[in-house]
Design a protein. Structure first.
Lengths: 311, 295, 254
């Protein structure tokens, strides 16, 4: 098979790899497979172990799942009348999240539109880096900002007696969620084909009209996913809200009221609850609830995003 | 031919400029608070910042002194968690992307892994408590906390590694298979070398996330205070509890009365600075390696 | 073509992707040292036949293969070492694919996979294959440069060099010329004419004139079934056995 000007090599396809190479490859592939399987196990494990610690309380006579979900009375350490109602905490979570989204969604989408349609590529690259750094700020640092900077600001501007409240938490959560909304929102807008833009411009539309009439509707799914993921981040936030929203477990009357969220409540009380006690188990049950909520929100967002990608 | 600037056109141009201005302001609304906040933090932290702050230990009931034990503790926690999560995460991603068949089971697994990244940090804390502190009987220790952090960062490492692997075009793999290469030979020769930049970036970003998290370590191995002699470079054993930078900030901000005012601010600045530095390094790495793309 | 030994024997080959069958039980032989052209319109299953030959259908989860294929005397489905079998077949894909390695490593890849590691062993193979693919003169001074930086025509010849690097007994080309310029196409056709003296070539093409130029026998595949397989002169003679063949070959459809 070889021409005259080169030596005839041994038939390559009949050459055998040395034993140790074959064994080594088998070992590496076994390791890889094991890692894959273990990853699957860890996924299940998180849910399993949290539920495991919570489960025993579910079968106790004194415990009622209805009360757990729908009662506003949370008195886990009461001497004679223990009650585990998480509704006030759920309302706390929802209200802070709602406030945060009310701030984050307009600003986030506005910034996403700016990045995607209006700004030059230099500015875009810089802004994207800033946003990425913004999203890297640890939760406890945000909480600290809420406790100090934001608290003083709120007291000064609104005259409220205490600066840690729903407003504080809402603003902090908004600042934390905005990067998610901006980056996913920008992806969604970028995914709209240029042909839409060209068609609009050919009809004489300004860029604003293009955005309002063509791009936003076209990117609807992706923008929805962006908002959902922002919500997911806000709902799951722990340390920031723990430090910024105060300590009152009640349904808030105004945005200047203290609230407590589901997440912060677990963090605040877990250290005090004796291991294996009902209180301890109810806190784990709250964790299970949180897991389900955030998992559902993220799964929905994922499906929405896959919907656009498939197109 | 010049187009006339009729009143209609002028109105449109104005509307466009206004729109651009509004959106630019919205973008600025994200950036400006960040700059102001960081500036304010640094300003208030200034009296305490310095080399002494980093290497000294807390003194006078933590109302004064430095943060060395907390800083060292964070290094321990992040280092050990990385040792566990990076290899397992990368290999699991290789398995899922290169070996696993595309059936319903694996698709469910993928879904689960991706969405696990959104689990609240307090739930990770609960998991660590239930699984490592109690079930595995590791007790409150650096090991428990580091393993909790490892499980927390694992799904994201898997997801970002998968993205990096998937960015290598299928045609390269097919070309290798056609000449009789095994899957592993293909991965080692073509897939891994060309996705290593994405993999590294993903891992580095998780390092910074692990360094900043409080809840997962607060209940599994990090403590308010641990006595450490000044000058101890390796102050902990892995079965001991430790202090952590993130937890230390929380402690100083909420649990220590009469603390010197600049102390918590300085702690926040150090934590923030470390996290931002690591992230900036990851971004720089990504940009640099993108320029060296091979196809 | 003195020996009429069979290099490839295909009997009742069926291939389905999920529930959609693309090859409906085809049977044919390929003789040693011949060039067999496989022609037919798009989606008739030409590429699928090649993928069954070297069992790259394994990498598609939904693919189910039945029937028997024997390559160089070995049963493809039941072989113990599929990697060694793949190395008996050289495969050239339609899109020129240089691997993101150096040119040297591109050609040395397959020998390294089979265990050859010393430069003394690899150097002659690399040179030999690049010469056979008519690429040596253009790249001999830059073997350490990136394979993906070559032009399309060069990358296709690099693919051929890679396909030859494991000394296959059969070379399969799948529409190799669709993405390259006519000059390079002619050069590669000359290469094929030279190679056929030592190996067997299966040439899938939708360029009927290319089949006519190069092949000894031609197989006309339509919608997963063999319409006609015969000597090339017969197929292109104007009166092949099947009317459909004549229509396709003369451009009435396709």
């Amino acid at each position: 098979m070889s021409p005259e000007n080169a030596p005839d090599p041994a038939p390559v396809h009949r050459h055998q790899r040395p034993r140790w190479a074959l064994l080594g490859e088998r070992a590496i592939e076994a390791l890889i497979r094991a890692s894959g399987v273990s990853a699957i196990l860890f996924v299940a494990a998180i849910f399993f172990f949290v539920l495991r610690e919570a489960a025993p309380v579910l079968v106790r006579d004194e415990f009622s799942l209805g009360q757990f979900l729908f009662s506003t009375e949370w008195y886990p350490t009461s001497a004679n009348h223990v009650r585990y109602g998480t509704l006030a905490l759920t309302v706390g979570t929802l209200s802070v999240t709602a406030l945060a989204m009310a701030l984050a969604v307009p600003f986030g989408l506005g910034a996403a539109i700016y990045l995607s349609e209006f700004c030059s590529s230099r500015v875009r690259e810089t802004l994207k880096v800033v946003i990425e750094l913004l999203s890297a700020i640890p939760s406890v640092v945000w909480g600290f900002v809420g406790l100090t900077v934001m608290s003083r600001l709120i007291v000064k501007l609104t005259g409220a007696p205490v600066g840690v409240n729903m407003l504080n938490g809402g603003i902090i959560l908004a600042l934390m969620s905005v990067p998610v909304i901006v980056s996913i929102g920008e992806d969604a807008l970028k995914a709209v084909p240029d042909s839409y833009r060209e068609a609009g411009l050919a009809l004489g539309a300004t860029r604003w009209q293009l955005v309002y009439r063509v791009l936003l509707p076209a990117a609807r799914n992706g923008l929805l996913a962006a908002v959902l993921l922002g919500v997911g981040r806000a709902v799951g936030e722990t340390m920031a809200v723990l430090m910024a929203t105060g300590h009152a477990v009640h349904i808030p009357g105004s945005i200047l009221d203290s609230v407590r969220t589901l997440t912060a409540n677990i963090a605040a009380e877990l250290g005090e609850a004796p291991a294996g006690s009902d209180h301890y188990r109810v806190l784990f049950l709250t964790g299970t609830l949180l897991f389900l909520i955030t998992f559902a929100v993220n799964l929905t967002a994922d499906f929405v995003v896959r919907g656009i990608r498939r197109k | 031919m010049r187009f006339a600037r009729t009143p209609q056109v002028a109105r449109k141009e104005l509307a466009e400029a206004v729109a651009k201005g509004v959106f630019a302001l919205m973008a600025a609304a994200m950036v400006v608070p960040l700059v102001l906040i960081v500036g304010y933090l640094v300003y208030l932290a200034w009296p305490s910042l310095g080399w002494e702050f980093l290497v000294d230990v807390p003194r006078k009931g933590m109302t004064d002194g430095g943060i060395w034990p907390a800083f060292a503790g964070t290094l321990y926690l992040v280092g050990i968690s990385l040792l566990v999560s990076a290899p397992i995460g990368v290999m699991a991603a290789v398995y899922l992307n290169e070996y696993a068949k595309d059936n319903w089971f694996n698709r469910v697994v993928n879904l689960a892994v991706i969405n696990l990244a959104g689990v609240p940090s307090i739930v990770h804390a609960l998991f660590g408590l239930g699984a490592f502190v109690y079930a595995a009987r590791l007790g409150y220790s650096i090991l428990s906390a580091a393993l909790t952090l490892a499980i927390m960062t694992l799904p994201v490492i898997i997801a970002s590694t998968r993205e990096a692997l998937a960015s290598v075009p299928m045609t390269f793999r097919e070309a290798c298979w056609n000449v009789g290469a095994t899957r592993w030979q293909t991965i080692r020769a073509v897939v891994l070398p060309n996705s290593i930049s994405g993999i590294l970036t993903g891992v580095i970003l998780q390092v910074s996330r692990a360094a900043g998290e409080t809840a997962p370590v607060m209940f599994t191995g990090a403590v308010f205070f641990k006595f450490v002699e000044r000058g101890e470079i390796f102050p902990y054993g892995i079965h001991e509890q430790c202090m952590a930078l993130s937890m230390h900030l929380y402690t100083l901000a909420t649990q220590v009365p009469n603390v010197r005012e600049s102390l918590p601010y300085a702690t926040a600045v150090v934590l923030l600075g470390a996290v931002l530095l690591v992230n900036a390094a990851a971004i720089a790495l990504r940009v640099w390696l993108r320029g060296r793309k091979k196809w | 073509m003195t020996a009429f030994a069979k290099e490839i024997e295909v009997r009742g080959l069926r291939l389905a992707y999920g529930s959609k069958e693309v090859l409906h039980g085809i049977t044919f032989d390929v003789y040693r040292n011949e060039i067999l052209a496989v022609i037919g319109p798009a989606q008739s299953g030409k590429t699928s036949i090649l993928r069954c030959l070297n069992r790259t259908t394994d990498f598609t989860a939904s693919a189910t293969v039945s029937g028997t294929i024997r390559v160089a005397g070995e049963d493809v489905q039941g072989t113990k070492d599929i990697f060694a079998l793949r190395r008996k077949i050289g495969m050239v894909a339609p899109l020129p694919t240089g691997l993101p390695l150096t040119i040297y490593d591109n050609v040395a890849f397959a020998p390294r996979c089979s265990g050859l590691t010393r430069r003394a062993d690899l150097d002659p193979i690399v040179e030999c294959c690049l010469r056979q693919a008519a690429l040596w003169d253009e790249v001999k001074d830059r073997l350490e440069s990136l394979g993906t930086a070559l032009s399309g025509g060069q990358q296709q010849r690099l693919t051929i060099a890679r396909a030859l690097s494991h000394q296959p007994e059969i070379l399969c080309l799948d529409e190799f010329s669709i993405a390259i310029d006519p000059v390079t196409t002619m050069r590669i056709e000359d290469v094929l004419k030279e190679l056929r003296q030592a190996i067997t070539i299966v040439l899938v093409t939708n360029l009927t004139h290319q089949a006519r130029r190069l092949s000894d026998r031609t197989m006309f595949l339509w919608d997963g079934e063999i319409v006609e397989i015969d000597r090339t002169e017969v197929i292109f003679s104007g009166s092949p056995k099947s009317e459909r063949t004549r229509d396709y070959v003369s451009g009435v459809f396709g």
